[in-house]
Design a protein around this ligand. Sequence first.
Ligand code: UD1
Length: 372
Amino acid sequence: MPHSPVISIVAGARPNFMKVKPVLAALEARGTRVDLVHTGQHYDALMSDVFFDDLGLRAPDFHLSIGSGTQAEQVAKTMLAYEGLLASHPAEAVVVVGDVNATLACSIVGAKSGATVAHVEAGLRSRDWAMPEEVNRVVADRVSDLLLASSPDAVTNLLAEGYREDQIHLVGNTMIDSLLSNLDRARDRPVLAALGVRQGDYVLATLHRPSNVDDPEVLRGLVHVLSELSSTVPVVFAAHPRTSKALESHQLSKNVIVVGPQGYLDFIALQAGAAAVLTDSGGIQEETTVLGIPCLTLRTTTERPITVSEGTNQLVGVKPEAILAAALRVIDVPPAPRRPELWDGKAGERIADVLLRSLTVADWPRPTERIP
Ligand code: UD1
């Protein structure tokens, strides 16, 4: 009988679910046995369950129920739980996606278990060590055997860091696979009408990075921007739980329509209908690029420079006057839409091909031979 590998795919937090679905679907369509693991970093219905429903993502095989905590608590608890899981349910390959704490924790545990570790979204670099995600990206890449890159700049970063060419595969963007396959369903959602806004006639905002939300001075400035903007154009502010807590001590204009975290389809609909999006998220920079919607990123760095060079994104920093001026400018004169190479809805298929080939090629170099 031919050998059939078990592949463990890890998802932990909101931005992971739409990245794992296309990989899981492509592997299962090829008859591969996949163990889907939810670490439980995000657990609220609106941060987790709704994504499974909206994406048609099947229930996880294992739920580690990690919950919230400090960076170290979350990573340590995830490592302990995932180590136990791999001991009782071994996998030949571990697939981690993105840059959240689940990515870091499970890549390390996977590497030590002897599994082939594949990192989806490898090579992105903000070069900002104050971001927990940057540490997660660099470490996950370092312990991974297969580096699955979503853009050519990520490949360049990996080569510059000394990784071997045969480890690196430019496969496209799985988040965009999910976006393209769900866009029609998203456009049918009645969310704009429910919020009382019209297509092309509002600004959508999200904020959740600790550097913006946990620093009262920075948050005050960003609250001021949203309040000012809302006097000229409706503003819909989809607040992450971390942000809602921090907003309690700030005066946001009553004109700003504040809503909680949105489901996947509703949030795609809100992006697709916006005149512009203001955000500090990573994934939203990519989704707005493919949707052709102007995006202003409220940070001084991005790990996704391709959304600036070949998309609709602009890095505007966190100075209120600069953000306001840029917002009014892009609403008036939107940038021309462009789409990066291989952001075509087929990244999951390419990843399944690379992964299954690497597991069946007998002379494929082992991890220890790959250390740069
Ligand atoms: C995490 C990721 C970040 C990603 C973001 C998307 C890391 C280091 N950060 O940040 O890269 O962009 O998810 O949302 O992995 N909370 C809830 N309900 C939940 C989950 C969290 O209320 O279901 C609250 C808790 O108070 C928690 C806080 O949100 O302490 C922050 O959650 P956490 O998972 O620590 O980080 P995020 O800010 O969500």
